[in-house]
Every structure is written in C-alpha cells, then in structure tokens.
Write a protein that binds this ligand. Sequence first.
Ligand SMILES: [Zn+2]
Length: 316
Amino acid sequence: MPDSTSLIADTIIRTVELGLTITGAGIDERHTWITCRPVEQDASCPACGDEGRLRDHRIRELVDLPVVGHPTRLRIRLPRFTCTNTACATKIFQQQLVCAKPKAKLTDRCTRWILQRLAIDRMSVAAISKSLDIGWDLVNQVALEQARELIYADPTHLAGVRVLGVDEHKWKHRRGDGTPGFVTVIVDLTPNVDGTGPARLLDMVPGRSAEVLRRWLAAREKSFRDRVKVVSMDGFAGYHTATTEQLPKARKVMDPFHVVHLAVDQADYDPAADPTGHLRASRQVRRPVVRGAADPANPDGTADRQAEGEAGRGVR
Ligand SMILES: [Zn+2]
C-alpha cells in the first residue's frame, strides 16, 4: 500500500481529529476499510522519554464511525521503536494513539457515538451492534464502562445524597449466555425532593439481588451511609434486606410507581374467582415488603410505618 495521504479523504472522514491521515481505502460486502498512519511520528519512549530507534511497524485495527451507513474499520500502520536508553526497563514500544486507549477496540469518537445513540436517540444495543458490525456484548460493555467513567470522573458525584432510589432494570432481552439480564440502578433522588433538579444517576450494577446492593453500599464511605436518610425502592425483598443491614437507620419507602402498580393489580383482583391462587401467581402480584410513605419527598408523612412488623403480610 503506497503511503501517500489524501487531504480530501482526511477532510471527509475527519481523520485529522484522530491524529491520523488516510493512505488507502477499500470496500467489501460488509465493511469500508480505511488504511492510515499517524500524522506525526512520535518516537519518545513512554517510560523514560528518550527518543527510540525505529524497529518495524505493526497494524492496529479499530472500529470507527460508520461511513455512509456502512460499518468501518481503520487499519493503522503504527511504528515500533527500540528504546536507546540502556538503563530503561522498556525495550520495545509502539507509538500510542490519541484517538483510542491502549488495547481498546473502538476509537474514542465511536464510543461517544454509542452513548449518544443510546441516550439521545434511544437506539437499542442490537441496532447499534448492527450499525457497527460488532457484537452485542461489546456495545454493552463499552456503554457501561463509559457511563461509569463519566460518573466516577466527577469526584463530587456522591456528595449530598440523602434520598437514595434503587430499582431493577431489564437491560438485556436475551437468555442463556450466562450474564445477568438485569442491572440494579442506583439514583440520587435528593434534587427531586429539594426541588433543585432531576434525579441523578449514581451507578448501575449488574444483577438484582440483596448481595448486589449490600456490596455496593458496603463499598461506600461511612459518611455516605450515615447521610442517607431514605431509600426508595420497589417491593423486592433483596433490596429491603440489604438496606436494613447496611443502612439500619434509613427509612425504607416504596416508590410511587410501584405503589400505583401494586394498587392497580390489587384493585381488579378477585380472590373468589381464583380459588387456587394460580391467577394471582400468573399475574406476578408481589407481596410488598416495604410499606409506608410512597412519596420520598414526604418521608415523615402520616403513612403507617410499622414496616418491619408488617413486612411480608402484603396487601389484602
Ligand atoms: Zn525508555
């Protein structure tokens, strides 16, 4: 492949923002292949900073944004160097990219594109996976990692949380591959209660069990656990158990959505028409383990708070 670059192609594909310049291109039935190289060669050793001696080249493949609707792959020819500093522990190193993290399979802009499609356009993971011609699991993994990075990059993201919301979300609509289909979503409802803004996403943890929430709460600092006064949740016993253990002083309330859902289920349920109880079971009417204030904004309301004693008795 000749190592000539094209200003026109670089402009259309915006490869300059990747620190790359296009040297060739090709297509097959599924992909657009773009061959490129770094705009500038950087021979400085990442360990000692000394200039290395060119040794050879390696091809690194990356998934990039689709071009005119077709999945695209970058084939980047990267120089490898030998460090000339005899005291340096790094003997051979490859030039790093500004457009992708080491060992990443996607360019950073492709990762951002995935998050934008999920969050702004409500595109499904399956549709994104098809657009990029990569696996569902890779899209899922990239989205989760990026979301976590965005959240945890903010050192104040757990500050001021007094009202915590916990719910399960069916993240995955496939069965049988051994990974959890549900995530536990943890949000800060304090801004809602204070009227200062919308709820904030704090974390998403694979699985939905007492252990998932127990571990998450236990990993937080004691000052955080002491500050949380109310935990709003659905009727799932696992979340109730974990909260009781890790936040014994916090009040557990059922969120309004699940209260209404439960009420609707109960309102048109006729025990006389269901002597065996099968109908009740098939409708998945759950016995609430949390009773009390349905409105986290009014946790000290008049609702019956004999929660522990009444837990599991359910609504009749
Ligand atoms: Zn070195």
